[in-house]
Design a binder for this molecule. Structure first.
Ligand SMILES: C[S@@+](CC[C@H](N)C(=O)[O-])C[C@H]1O[C@@H](n2cnc3c(N)ncnc32)[C@H](O)[C@@H]1O
Length: 252
């Protein structure tokens, strides 16, 4: 699972006030600059067949972790535990799906058309709320960071304020009995909100209400301010700001 450095209290305070803080680059140390110059001179003297030009980067320190890493890690841990025979993905990060294709045949449903990346991908272009696929087709339905966008038109889908409800019902319909729904979305402990037409920000109660009839297997939260999984109490309540909900639910 990804880990991360503690967040400075000032940044936590700004985040509670609704101000998103991004970490600025640390200053480049003199020793690095000197080493860079020496190595560049050396390379120019002996380029070994390469054209050498300056393009300096300095990206040291702890490997950066983003919320998407935590979403993907949550889904990956459940998929490897369940080892589902059939998987439908709806709108997840493309790189996550590409990794999944290394081990699984995956049917991918997205409103935006694309070509299959490998022979293991079956692409369905369509709306999550009405896939046209048969009932009970999949052992797992996975959807990372997509539910909050359905029906808002951002990706070219039909405007439909309740498309997220319809899509969740569709996901459940497509699951076999005993199958698992693994999804991530945006959450707040404050007022639920729609930043039209970017996304919805749900309360935990709203998500539980939409998953009624399913059995909760595991849920986790990720805090942007803390840059780690967090308790429900640590989820933001700042207006218009969101943290991440990760849920694994089972169809009876
Ligand atoms: C936040 S993006 C996911 C990340 C993005 N696919 C990537 O690889 O970076 C949400 C995805 O959901 C898809 N999507 C949005 N509304 C949809 C809908 N109503 N039905 C199916 N897919 C939808 C979008 O096309 C988009 O690929």
């Amino acid at each position: 699972m990804p880990t991360s450095a503690p967040v400075h209290p000032i940044n936590r305070l700004l985040s509670r006030l609704g101000i998103r803080v991004t970490r600025s680059q640390p200053p480049i140390p003199r020793e690095f600059m000197e080493g860079y110059r020496r190595a560049l001179d050396e390379l120019k003297r002996s380029p070994g067949g390469f054209d050498v030009h300056e393009e300096m980067w300095y990206e040291t320190g702890e490997h950066p972790a983003r919320y998407t890493d935590f979403e993907a890690a949550f889904a990956a841990s459940h998929i490897s535990r369940l080892d589902p025979a059939s998987i439908l993905d709806i709108g997840s990060y493309r790189l996550f799906i590409l990794g999944l294709l290394a081990n699984y045949r995956v049917t991918t449903l997205d409103v935006r058309r694309r070509e299959p990346a490998t022979p293991s991908e079956t692409v369905v272009t369509g709306d999550a709320k009405d896939s046209g696929l048969p009932d009970g087709s999949f052992d797992a339905v996975v959807s990372l960071c997509a539910l909050e966008h359905f029906g808002l038109g951002r990706y070219g889908d039909e405007f439909d304020p309740v498309a997220d409800r319809k899509a969740l019902a569709e996901m459940v319909r497509l699951l076999k009995p005993g199958g698992h729904l693994i999804f991530t979305t945006h959450i707040t402990r404050g007022r639920p909100a729609i930043g039209f037409n970017a996304h919805r920000i749900y309360s935990r109660e709203m998500l539980h209400e939409r998953c009624a009839g399913l059995a909760l297997v595991e849920e986790r939260y990720y805090s942007h301010a803390l840059n780690r999984y967090c308790s429900l109490e640590e989820v933001t309540d700042a207006p218009r700001v969101w943290d991440v909900y990760c849920g694994c639910w089972q169809k009876p």
